[in-house]
Design a protein around this ligand. Structure first.
Ligand SMILES: C[S@@+](CC[C@H](N)C(=O)[O-])C[C@H]1O[C@@H](n2cnc3c(N)ncnc32)[C@H](O)[C@@H]1O
Length: 181
């Protein structure tokens, strides 16, 4: 199976409601962001079966970067590893079957992060991420339209923090793109 066929198969599973993945438009947007700004050190909160992870890994491959991802569900983690192997990009990804909050505490500098795990915890993820963000870091948070109520504290925190600029884009379930000033 080619990588494109794998992506299409995963998109079909998403359309059937089996996995809550981002759509291709959002994935392509993040790919372009990472490649254009050469954001080589990438951290993902919530991989599920790895659709977004494969896109992050494609970007990492294009610029000589590396992805650290996290998925605490046992079954989903097993599927994630299978899909990463099928994509041929597993050497660009270190995947952890643990709480993302534990893993982020152990990493060094992060240039790009994708937050797509539990809505009520975005504020915790972001605060845990902050000490690791490099000067030119970009963070993308998913579901800011679909889960706006649950993300209120996070959205407020980002807006009130003078060291960031942020913009909301109407891609997929709504993403917030946060840039360090
Ligand atoms: C929306 S899905 C991720 C979809 C994936 N980013 C994609 O677009 O292909 C969210 C995933 O985060 C996982 N998750 C939630 N909280 C987590 C945590 N604290 N640490 C690790 N994984 C977590 C869930 O098990 C779920 O599979």
């Amino acid at each position: 199976m080619t990588r494109e066929e794998l992506l299409q198969e995963l998109e079909q599973l998403k359309d059937e409601g089996k996995y809550p993945n981002i759509d291709r438009e959002t994935a392509q947007y993040m790919y372009d962001l990472i490649v254009d700004a050469q954001l080589t050190s990438i951290f993902e909160f919530g991989a599920a079966n790895g659709y977004s992870t494969i896109w992050l890994a494609m970007a990492a491959q294009a610029i000589g970067g590396q992805v650290i991802t996290t998925e605490w569900g046992k079954e989903r983690f097993a599927v994630l590893l299978e899909n990463l192997q099928a994509s041929g990009l597993d050497s660009y990804v270190t995947a952890h079957n643990r709480d993302a909050l534990e893993v982020i505490a152990e990493v060094d500098k992060i240039d790009f992060s994708f937050i797509d795990a539990m809505a009520r915890q975005y504020i915790d993820y972001f605060k845990a991420l902050e000490p690791h963000l490099s000067d030119h870091a970009i963070v993308v948070a998913d579901n800011v339209v679909s889960h706006r109520e649950k993300l209120q504290d996070f959205l407020e925190y980002v807006k009130m923090s003078p060291q960031y600029t942020s913009e909301e884009l109407a891609l997929g379930k709504g993403i917030l793109v946060i840039r360090k000033k």
